[in-house]
Design a protein around this ligand. Sequence first.
Ligand code: ADP
Ligand code: ADP
Ligand code: MG
Length: 670
Amino acid sequence: MAMFTKILIANRGEIACRVAATAKRLGIQTVAVYADADADAMHVKACDEAVHIGGSAPAQSYLQWQRILDAARATGAQAVHPGYGFLSENDAFATACAEAGLVFIGPKPASIRAMGLKAESKRLMANAGVPLVPGYHGENQDSAFLQEQADVIGYPVLIKASAGGGGKGMRVVSQAGDFAAALSSCQREAINSFANDAVLIEKYVQRPRHIEIQIFGDNHGNCVSLFERDCSVQRRHQKVLEEAPAPGMTAAMRLAMGEAAVAAAKAVQYVGAGTVEFIVEQADDGAMSFYFMEMNTRLQVEHPVTEAVTGLDLVAWQLRVAAGEPLPKSQDQLQLNGHAIEARICAENPNQDFLPATGPLWHFSGPEASHFCFTAGGVRLDTGVTQGDVVSPFYDSMLAKLIVWGADRDEALAKLDKALSEMQVVGVANNVAFLRDVVQSASFSQGDLDTDLIARERDNLFKTQTLSEDLAVAGVMGMVLRQEVDAMGSNPWQAVDGWQVVGAPPRPFQLQGAWGDEVRALDVVLYSAPQRLRIADTDHAFEWRAHPRGVSVCLNGVWTDLSVVASAGQYHVFSRAGHAVLQRVDPLAGSAQAADALGGLNTPMPGKLIRMDVAVGDTVAKGQVLAVMEAMKMEHSIASPRDGVVSEVFYAVGDQVAEGQALLTLQDVT
Ligand code: ADP
Ligand code: ADP
Ligand code: MG
């Protein structure tokens, strides 16, 4: 079979973009499918053609196989890449592809089916001689019988939904008395999420590490191991950071795990990319034993880590194998080189038990990086979103994957810390600061990994602001001054670098931010000639200069580059040293002007003015709609924060207005 000339990508987000990037590089045309919510999504633009397949909820679109098959037929695609999630591990879909004359880029339906249920796959693995966690994975689902099994295994035990996935359908039981309640709750979740309430019981491994092996098989009987990834850093049984090689891995153990993984794959005649997940037990003397946990019969989210240390393009391998070619390399041609770590950047709230978050991405920018492949810089950012997109509640909360490569683990850690410090997300709650705290924690930096790492390091994580008050304040003041200079128009930068007004009176400001649980109000006074800043009664020498991404400030003789993003009345200050969010309350202007800015006279996001309901001289009431903006395909009304008379109007209908700009000014009613 010749290589495909056109493929359909039955997925969305970063993985659809990732697959499209390799296809493009190989000269293969791509077809995207998209739901209503994704009409403007990056994956649609990344492909040559796109077919609308239905409503925003996955059940109405990305899981609608018939429409996907119709789209493939209509566009002349020869193969379907399922990505991960959605239909990727659905053997019925793989079968339907084959029946429609399309190549499913993945394993054979029978292999997916064999590995689809955790209990059945464990029985199969036992026969293939792959080590298993001690436990019961038989067919008897009688509760009294299962309780007996748990008693024999010894507590703590883990109850797992056989059909489970994505960290769902698992219960840890620490004593016999809790077993019955945990079992019924696990069965309830399993029936709701997976329409199958079968469970298995296994020993809950202590100080466990999650180490998985990337394998690859072809249609010619070859199967290789592309070494391990350590995915022990998890929250809610879901991966947060992934790395290769696994810290402390010996050559002997790597070989043994690789052989076990290949044996597991061969037991189901595996073709394509797959991952065999093992749970690793660490004894007090450091000895490690590994047990088969499950096999994921697809490309994994964290595959870039393996690409970084092997120098391979796994999607290119998938396409070649699916087109019938043998694996490009044999086991002895494969080598590990350096160290790679991936951080999953998610729209979620770490301080609220990682609750997923939604909303508009007002600002989204990252470090200098390559996308969907590695280049010499060793920093890769794979994302399916751009600034201005809205994170909807319909899909996964992952916004991006930041992957770094270093010659060794220390270099990779340093690069990751720097790259995370340059990751700026404003508008949606996210885990960037949390990831940085984890990366900097003693356990992670020393490679002391297990799945309890986040719980163990709790006191050192979950900080709200990581930038010092003084630097955060200096950043905001520098930005306020920069905005004033910007507002003067022309191109003032060359002329008035370090601009200051000579002889101007001291200007007081009030800023507010939360450090830990404490909200602090900071009184700040800006003095000119010489310029200095008084922050909470302490004077600091202060200078500032424009900087491409914000301002550089000099506090007491030390210059620091800061990125400052003004959004919805808040200043987000980003720097290598950390991140802080401050709100400006202007005491001089009385509460009115501050309330105007916070209450919405300033544009909350960049957008187009589509209606201006008032003119100079109009009297308006609090809450009255003054104007309507359109941003991100949604209309946003700008309501009056108070009663007043319109004294100035700065924009007209049709104008594109930047974020944080005053649309008009109000005077008090006299
Ligand atoms: P990885 O590829 O690293 O194992 P996850 O385990 O988080 O990543 O799963 C990959 C994707 O598949 C995620 O988007 C997750 O939400 C989704 N997913 C995994 N298993 C299931 C499942 N059984 N049902 C629904 N979605 C799933
Ligand atoms: P999923 O299909 O949801 O990915 P897995 O079986 O892969 O389910 O387990 C997910 C995570 O749960 C593992 O990465 C590990 O952190 C934890 N886990 C699974 N089995 C055990 C066990 N026997 N003992 C301790 N932790 C476990
Ligand atoms: Mg798993």
